[in-house]
Ligand binder design. Structure first.
Ligand SMILES: CC(C)(COP(=O)(O)OP(=O)(O)OC[C@H]1O[C@@H](n2cnc3c(N)ncnc32)[C@H](O)[C@@H]1OP(=O)(O)O)[C@@H](O)C(=O)NCCC(=O)NCCS
Length: 224
């Protein structure tokens, strides 16, 4: 357990430019406190002490503003920066060395049972206020932009942004839509615009047709 706590403190020191010493991180970082208390709750949960585990998790939420279900599986070196409002659901899995900013939700869609929360690979960064919903997988080293809503798998080394999230970079290179398989690419606004443009040109063609027919009828009427 001490080894894991050391790794969690190192993670905060490495990833927060404002962190100055191990002691400061240990005493004053609610994200670290939440992870340490979660490790205690998870240990209790694993030994069948479910009520006690839920109690520790509840006190943890009250004190740090970070809610982590005791059954959630969290790897080494998780850094939750600030953390307030972060929610990590029961069947979530988080790989080693991930970073979550405040207000992140690893939640269910409300439609699934059993495994219904996301699995994050290693070195994943999730931006402030992002929601990752459902039993989906976020690949190693992926970046999830602030405020994104991720509903489909994210490939490793990809950056996803938006609602719903779509891939904007892969291995550091900007990517065109649909060039990464398995990722959420459809932009609902663009689809709406395309549908409107199609409908407008159909109506224009129809109007032209009617105008031609009218002027034809008017010419015949004038001759008669
Ligand atoms: C996603 C993020 C990691 C940037 O990744 P990046 O690989 O450097 O990507 P870029 O900045 O080149 O952006 C690529 C495109 O996505 C857009 N984009 C970036 N972040 C976005 C976001 N959060 N929401 C919507 N669009 C976003 C950019 O405008 C750009 O669009 P364009 O191609 O039309 O110009 C970053 O923007 C982010 O959200 N980081 C989270 C930081 C955070 O939460 N900090 C909290 C501190 S308390």
């Amino acid at each position: 357990m001490l080894d894991w706590i050391r790794a969690d403190i190192s993670a905060a020191l490495e990833r927060d430019p404002a962190a100055r010493s191990r002691l400061e991180v240990f005493l004053l970082y609610p994200g670290l406190h939440a992870v340490i208390w979660h490790r205690v709750a998870h240990w209790l949960w694993g030994r069948g002490l479910r009520l006690m585990a839920r109690f520790v998790s509840e006190v943890n939420r009250f004190v740090t503003g970070i809610e982590i279900h005791p059954a959630a599986k969290i790897g080494r070196g998780l850094f939750i920066d600030h953390g307030m409002g972060t929610v990590i659901g029961e069947t979530s899995e988080i790989g080693d060395d991930c970073t979550l900013y405040q207000g992140v939700t690893l939640g269910g869609t409300g439609k699934q049972k059993g495994k219904r929360h996301p699995s994050l690979g290693k070195n994943v960064v999730v931006g402030v206020g992002a929601s990752i919903l459902g039993a989906i997988t976020v690949g190693d080293r992926a970046l999830v932009g602030a405020g994104s809503v991720v509903l489909k798998d994210v490939p490793p080394d990809a950056t996803v942004v938006g609602v719903p999230a779509r891939v904007v970079r892969h291995r550091g290179v900007r990517v065109a839509a649909a060039s990464i398989s398995g990722a959420t690419q459809e932009d609902p606004c663009e689809q709406c615009q395309q549908a409107f443009a199609k409908e407008i040109s159909r109506l224009e063609r129809r109007l032209e047709e009617l105008e031609q027919r009218l002027s034809g009828a008017a010419k015949v009427g004038a001759r008669d």
